[in-house]
Design a protein. Structure first.
Length: 177
């Protein structure tokens, strides 16, 4: 089965440095991974595996990283159909500079979502749908407090965020045979 895997906090601000070509080589030595490709240097992968669940893929990635790099990071994996569905359901007009999706480790509690929505975010709009947050920034991510760390703090869960261009590129890579 083919999966798209996103790692949280890899090669960001000089932390948790991993060379993707080296990590791909390590992945390909594992008997449960048959193919692996990375996209850019921030922890985006398309892999084929005989593992059957997202949780198994997440555990495999986190254990390989912990064993080989001694980093405790989170992995978010999705089947192609799940990931395409998330991408295709982006509710706002596409603008590659202002469109992002935050992937959440779980569905947030309704009370936390309500508290998040009750605050004011000039120029920015967002929608929490199950375990993702669709965001359209008024100007750009760096000018907003609606960033990955803010979502984690407000919702008390783990998240990783990607721009819509990266998400679309991962869908494109995953659909190639």
């Amino acid at each position: 089965m083919r999966y798209i895997v996103l790692l949280r906090g890899i090669n960001v601000s000089g932390k948790h440095k991993i060379l993707m070509k080296d990590f791909i080589a390590i992945l390909l030595t594992h008997p449960n991974i048959t193919t692996a490709k990375s996209y850019i240097q921030s922890g985006n992968f398309v892999v084929d595996s005989n593992l059957k669940t997202n949780n198994e893929i997440n555990l495999l990635f986190t254990s390989i990283i912990l064993k080989n790099y001694n980093y405790d990071v989170s992995a978010f994996s999705y089947s192609i159909d799940e990931f395409k569905n998330i991408f295709n359901n982006y509710p706002y007009e596409i603008d590659y500079k202002t469109n992002y999706i935050s992937f959440l480790s779980e569905v947030p509690k309704l009370q936390k979502i309500s508290e998040l929505k009750d605050k004011e975010y000039p120029n920015d709009i967002f929608d929490v749908v199950k375990s993702v947050i669709y965001v359209k920034y008024g100007v750009k991510l760096s000018d907003s407090k609606l960033n990955n760390n803010y979502f984690e703090k407000q919702l008390q869960i783990i998240a990783t965020t990607r721009n819509i261009r990266t998400i679309g590129k991962l869908v494109e890579i995953a659909e190639k045979k």
